[in-house]
Every structure is written in structure tokens, then in C-alpha cells.
Write a protein that binds this ligand. Sequence first.
Ligand code: 5MM
Length: 336
Amino acid sequence: MTELNQIALKIISKGKGILAADESNGTMTKRLESVNLTSNPENRQFFRETLFSSECMKDCIGGVILYDETINQTSSFGKSIPELISSSGAIPGIKVDTGAKKLANSAEENITEGLDGLRDRLKKYYELGARFTKWRGVYKISKIYPSKLAIHTNAHALARYAALVQENKMVPIIEPELLMDGDHSADFCFNRTSEVLKKCFEELIIHQIDLTGIILKPNMILPGNKSKNSISIEEISKKTIECLKNSVPQEVPGIAFLSGGQSEIEATENLNMINKNNDTNFIMTYSYGRALQQSALKIWSKNTQDKDLTQKTFNHRARMCSLAAQGKWSNELENK
Ligand code: 5MM
């Protein structure tokens, strides 16, 4: 077992998943303002360190993805944020892309940037305690999207990123996210997602990536959020598993889904069913941002001094996701 494989497994094994707390300041500002709070470095840190010092960090969270501002902050407990995360047994990680920018020669698509100077930034993040990283490619779905150009360029960038990350002894999370926006069917999402994943792995293999030392962070197979045809949780799970089986090489140790705009309960129920039906060797877990933090943020916004209630809310959500990652979640446990 290589060192990278060990890190990957430590993050996603035993019912653990990933807390995606890597919102850039723009996104975090939207989240905080949506609950009438000011977005400043102090508030961003205070909310995040409240989560990172919660009880569930020990059993349910194997890794936390941070944003550049956060990995450089010192918590009010005196420890640096990466030390605070490590003290619970979880592994600190860092988002290293610099965001999705307009893709030249495509009218409405994006290419994720951040390769320039990445090798040096990675060295700095390693020194700060990061042992894994994240890069997100974002793809629109419609009759004409994602285009060949977006599929090709984003896969190439993801592979170049992954090579630099492994060179620096960290595990790259590969996140190709096909957005839920649109009226497309789940089958359409299935076909487009398969195409994107296959291209990503083709590039990862060309770039000689050690596939045992990565974590894939894909979307689930869902109908678009404006689609008139809803499908059952059972169908979502079966289509998601089939898509991954057909597109992901066996060596990949695990898959940590993004929540992508699903509600907390939807993201939990769907992951639970995926695990009940999982007949692959892949570990299937969560790398949720919104689906782990939404309720906790709402509670925190009502009284930012009430750390206990905020942590209780986050603990519950993380425990439900952890049960789902083992196929052991139920409505009864959710509402207990
Ligand atoms: C936490 O949100 C991350 C995106 O932040 P920016 O858009 O500000 O860069 C995002 O990459 C996140 O890690 C994934 O999309 C998963 O988050 P969700 O909320 O979809 O589970």
C-alpha cells in the first residue's frame, strides 16, 4: 500500500466522509448574507472553527477541505486551523484551483484555472499541514453541453493538477461536477457524466497518476432541477452505481459525492441507498458542503454565541451522513 493510498483510505474509511468547507470568500459571503450575517475573516473563522471543534469530527469526518484564508488562520483555541482539525484525527486538505473562468471559444462554459505557480503553492500548503487537495471542474448540461472542448480542457487541467499534487505527496481529489441546473432527464445526466468521467480517467492515465492515491468527487446521477420527471431513490442509486462502474477504473479506492444543491435529507437518503445497493469495491461516501453545513449555519446565525446548539446541529447532520455512508441511515434515526 502506498503512502497516498493510505491517506486516501484514512479520509474515507469506516463511515467517515469529507467536510467541504472550501467556499471561496465570494461564496461564503453569499452564504452568510443569506442568514443576515456580515462576511468578514473573523465571522468566517468563528463559524468554521465551531464546526471543526465539534464532537462528530472524531468519528464522522475523515478530512476537511479548506480555503486559502482558513488554512492560514489561527483558531481562538490558540492552535492553527490545520492543527485543530488534526487534533480530532481528521486530515486537513486544501482547495487549490483558483476558480472557473470563461472558456475561450465556448459561449457559455467554463474552464477551471490555477495551474500557474501551483507547484510552489503546494509546497507551502504541505508545510501548513495539508495532506490532500481539491480541484473542481464545472460542467453545464444541455442539448449542446458539455461540449467536447469543455470535456477535453477540464480533464486535461484536472490531470495536470493531480500530477503536481502527487509529486508533492498529497492526495488529489478529482471533482468533475455536472451541474443540476436544467430540465434534462436522469438518463441524459448519466450519459453526459459517463462521457466526462471517461475523459478524466483517460487524461489521468496519460499523466501517469497513481489511481490508488486519488479520491473521485462526482455528482450523483439525478434529473435536472427543472425536470418534470422525478425518479425514485432506488433508481438514482442504481443509475449512479452503474455509471461509476462503467467509467471509473477499479484501482480508485473511493468515491466521495458532492451534494450539488440537494437538500440535506435528499443527499443523505440518496447516499444511503447507494450504499445499500453498492456491489462494487469502491468506498462510497460524502464530501458535502451545503448538505453538511446548511442547518448548522441557520442555527448559528440566530445566536452566534450558542456554540453548543450549532455543534449539536452539525453533529446530527454528520452522524446521519456517516450512517448513510454505511447504508445504515433511516427516517427513524433522522428524527430521533
Ligand atoms: C464548498 O463549496 C465549494 C465551492 O466553493 P466556490 O464555488 O466558492 O469555489 C465546492 O467546490 C464544494 O466543495 C463542492 O461543490 C461540494 O459542495 P456541495 O455544496 O455541492 O456539496
